[in-house]
Design a protein around this ligand. Structure first.
Ligand SMILES: C[S@@+](CC[C@H](N)C(=O)[O-])C[C@H]1O[C@@H](n2cnc3c(N)ncnc32)[C@H](O)[C@@H]1O
Length: 251
């Protein structure tokens, strides 16, 4: 099994691949106000939960979801929700894909696709219609990271900003943040327990071979140990709603 198969199993019960509860996701999306028949793009969409919930809330909006390893569940959930005719899923590298401008750009948990926060913000702007809105989510440090957190994540302190640094970076790119959300410890614990629990359940109840079972259990145990002994209470996650203010507003 490759890592992407295990990643899909890990998100079976948590289609949002970020430590964000479904009701918080809907709160955040409610701050977006695109034109009724506008368009949205989701860069690094995964199962496309952000885009699908946005389309459910905005009945005439259309959307495009971009992921370099698009899970089949994205299209399945779209069909179940009757959104087939309003969304296109495209398997592509989000760092090079391009197809016009969008009223809303979503990019949650996928800054690594662009090489980090700064390049992600540049990419968001490249796809955004002037005066449009973006919703971005990225990891932050909750404080000065411990050695255990840095080791578990194979990271350095400079790899992520704190919340203030994230907000400042968006302003330097010509955005004004409006609403924002920082993931709570309960959201993190739910996300990580669901991740590891789904892999353990699959290993013990569904794995077709002993080798698959052992591999999945090893991945779950390593992930759980790294979370509990490393990044728990250290790594944060912030989601921000951004307005493009790079051009002067009319009037
Ligand atoms: C942590 S997941 C977030 C998924 C989704 N935005 C969400 O919040 O549920 C990151 C996603 O980025 C995708 N990704 C990583 N590198 C990418 C690239 N170069 N182009 C497109 N997608 C990429 C991964 O396949 C994965 O689905």
């Amino acid at each position: 099994m490759d890592r992407s198969q295990i990643f899909d199993i890990a998100h079976r019960r948590h289609p949002i691949a970020a430590p964000v509860a479904p009701e918080r996701l809907r709160d955040l999306l409610s701050w977006l106000s695109p034109p009724a028949s506008g368009g949205a793009v989701d860069l690094g969409c995964g199962e496309g939960e952000w885009l699908q919930e946005l389309l459910l809330a905005q009945p005439e909006l259309t959307g495009v979801g971009i992921d370099h390893m698009l899970p089949t569940t994205a299209a399945e959930r779209t069909a179940q929700r009757g959104l087939d005719d309003r969304v296109r899923w495209i398997e592509a590298d989000a760092s090079t894909w391009s197809d016009g401008l969008f009223d809303v750009v979503l990019c949650v948990g996928a800054s690594h696709a662009f090489g980090g926060l700064e390049d992600m913000l540049t990419a968001v702007r490249r796809h955004l219609r002037p005066g449009g809105q973006a919703l971005i989510g990225d990891t932050i440090w909750e404080g000065t990271p411990s050695t255990a957190a840095l080791t578990a994540l194979d990271a350095s302190p400079e790899d992520f900003p704190n919340l203030a640094g994230l907000v400042w970076a968006t302003r330097e790119h010509g955005f004004e943040p409006s609403y924002g959300h920082t993931s709570t410890l309960a959201e993190w614990d739910d996300y990580e327990f669901t991740w590891t629990g789904s892999v353990v359940d699959w290993a013990l109840r569904e794995a077709p071979t002993t080798a698959d079972r052992d591999q999945a259990l090893t991945v779950a145990r390593e992930h759980r140990d790294a979370w509990l002994g490393g990044w728990r209470r250290q790594l944060g996650f912030a989601t921000l709603v951004l307005h493009d203010v790079s051009i002067p507003s009319a009037g």
